[in-house]
Design a protein around this ligand. Sequence first.
Ligand code: TXA
Ligand code: MG
Length: 339
Amino acid sequence: MTRSTRFWSPPRIEIDPSTGALQAPVDGFAQAVETLGDGGLVAVPTETVYGLAADACNGAAVAGIFAAKNRPSFNPLISHVPSLEVAQKHGCFNEQALALAKTFWPGPLTLVVPKRPDSPIADLVSAGLETIALRVPDAPLMRALSHALDRPLAAPSANRSGRVSPTSATHVREELDARIDLIADLGACTVGVESSVVFCVTGQPVTLLRPGGLSSKAIERLIGSSLLRAGADDQSPASPGMLTSHYAPSCPVRLNARSVQPGEALLAFGPDLPDGADQAVAMINLSEIGDDLEAAQALFAGLRALDQKHVSRIAVAPIPDQGLGEAINDRLRRAAAGR
Ligand code: TXA
Ligand code: MG
């Protein structure tokens, strides 16, 4: 299933902030839309991570995403849309979902809502569930492509299944070269961890399926109550994608390291380094000033860079759970699990 992968560095993309329509012609844009229209696979950056996009209404194209990533087909995909108006054609928004969308879109928030029976989105996208995951990203290119195609874009992170998500076009190439048709390069992602996934279905508690780029505190302030966490009890909704071992580099990862052991590389956080940091085989500090936003942005690139040095293990310094720390620690626990 080898494909020849083209690269595209679009110039600045300007869109209408409410509809997502492209404002001025952009070199290469029409070809990207054509590739998607033909059922092709295009890596498109978002503010969180790079996504691997295909026409969400084209079942064969969506199947191509699963094949390129080796992704288990029970794990549903997020549909990216240019505006809330379009999102409402595909999903049923209750009062809370609407408030969340109006406040945090465009942005790093995915809403899981009941799928409208008349939505043309392919069944494979939601893996047979009656709900659908929708997001308006703060990423002009993704919104403009979806607007021009007049279809939602199904897009998981553009990495092979189970591996660290890509936050640059170079990462995408390392993962998916010769498996996809086009990689759009707009530089590094500004948020750096995937979107927060929130389940919003009438009659069930609002549930955080995945902590992510929007802090849980901000969501809880808006809904006026605390969020149920997925898997908190047997009744709580679950996200099929939250396999324990995930986001994994190829070498072992040791969390909450207060000292560095021989042969280890160090993923540090903040100004205070663990004992023996000067002995580390390699070191990357996610944020020397201990800032959660800066650390989220640097997380996946940091894991990838240390992994590529073929170290025996990566020791990770403790990171507080505040703000995006919750999402960072979630990804690090999965990186450390099960191998
Ligand atoms: O930031 C992001 O969310 C990135 C960018 C590209 O948008 N996308 C991303 O997609 O991280 P992916 O496929 O790696 O993660 C989507 C998550 C998975 O955990 C999946 O199980 C969950 O969303 N999901 C999708 N549809 C769902 C549904 N109907 N019910 C429950 N969980 C769902
Ligand atoms: Mg992913």
